[in-house]
Design a protein around this ligand. Structure first.
Ligand code: GDP
Ligand code: CA
Length: 332
């Protein structure tokens, strides 16, 4: 195994959604500045808007690590204006609930043009990252289109599936989700480099991203879960649930749809121990959930309690360092 003298892994692979993933990745880079980090990004949130291909989670990671993110919103560009959005609204163009900023639109124009020219999303993402230099290799989970849809109840007792963004952004996850369906996943393959990054890693990390519609989506791409099962690297996750609540966002609405309780232990059980066909060797819970440590350990997952609020860059670096430290101990 390739190891640095300090014991920190030389090659780290992380799965990531948007805001929670990107914030954690900033800490990971700070905790392991010499490591080669590969990020496998969720593309289940992707959507066509006004003829543009939008990849919200990839862009959140790219902008956050590249210094272009709006720190207040956590998504989109800093110093953003919304002139195009206002003009589209004046035409009555839908969807009016999905706001694309003027600066952000340039990214989607580049992406859409390159895709139309025949480049796969992985190559397009690499090209976009030339500008942002995020300090990691950012790979989409797949080059094929696989988009999350949410099954909701309609009046009259029927159900219909709406795009994840319509449920999340337009309805703020307030309509109960009955199921999540990743449309297209059966025909999706992991993007080039994804399986190799998992199999060749010294440590695999699951950031505190949404376990259902971020990490859970990536795990559905045929071959990715299997690669996590066989990699010689330890797989360590960080709980996105603290004290029975998602810190930001509406992950509880997603977990409820799957019948999973919103707790750090229940999310660990949902991921499962690698020894038992799941994906985790180790799991970090917040100090507030120290009472969950024994429950998780009984599942066969090494579990430790740490402060897990990503409030400052230092706090976030410490969380990533704790995950790497647990991985190093699991490897030896
Ligand atoms: P999204 O794609 O933008 O929704 O972002 P992710 O899926 O990557 O991350 C969202 C998750 O991050 C939420 O479900 C939160 O539970 C989690 N999260 C946000 N802030 C924090 C934090 O400070 N600490 C921890 N442990 N989790 C957080
Ligand atoms: Ca997302």
């Amino acid at each position: 195994m390739r190891m640095r003298q300090s014991g920190s892994p030389a090659r780290i692979t992380a799965l990531a959604g948007g805001i929670g993933g990107a914030r954690f990745l900033r800490g990971l880079i700070a905790a392991a500045p010499d490591a080669e980090i590969t990020v496998i990004g969720n593309t289940g949130d992707d959507i066509w808007i006004h003829g543009l291909r939008v990849c919200p989670d990839l862009d959140t990671v790219m902008y956050t690590l590249g210094g272009g993110i709006s720190e207040e919103r956590g998504w989109g560009r800093q110093d953003e204006t919304f002139t195009v959005k206002d003009e589209l609204a004046a035409y009555g163009m839908e969807p009016s609930w999905f706001g694309l900023g003027d600066r952000d639109i340039a990214t989607h124009l580049v992406r859409t043009q390159l895709l139309a020219a025949g480049y796969p999303l992985s190559a397009v993402t690499e090209a976009l990252c030339l500008r942002w230099a995020p300090g990691v290799r950012l790979l989409p989970m797949s080059d094929e289109r696989a988009e999350t849809h949410v099954v909701v109840d309609e009046e009259g007792g029927t159900q219909r599936a709406i795009h994840f963004q319509e449920w999340w952004v337009r309805h703020q996850a307030r309509i109960p989700a009955r199921a999540f369906v990743l449309v297209g996943v059966d025909d999706a393959k992991p993007a080039p480099g994804v399986i190799e990054a998992i199999e060749g890693a010294d440590a695999v990390v699951l950031p505190p991203s949404n376990p259902v519609v971020s990490i859970g989506t990536i795990l559905q791409v045929p071959g990715i879960r299997e690669a996590l099962g066989r990699t010689p690297a330890p797989v360590v996750g960080v709980s996105p649930i603290i004290g029975g609540r998602p810190v930001r966002g509406m992950a509880d609405a997603c977990l409820t749809a799957l019948g999973v309780e919103t707790s750090a232990a229940a999310v660990a059980a949902h991921y499962g121990a690698r020894d038992a066909g799941g994906v985790l060797d180790g799991w970090l819970v917040d100090d507030a959930d120290a009472g969950d440590v024994d429950t998780v350990a009984r599942l066969g997952i090494a579990c430790e309690a740490r402060p897990l609020l990503m409030s400052t860059p230092d706090d976030t670096r410490a969380i990533a360092a704790a995950a790497l430290d647990l991985a190093a101990r699991l490897r030896s």
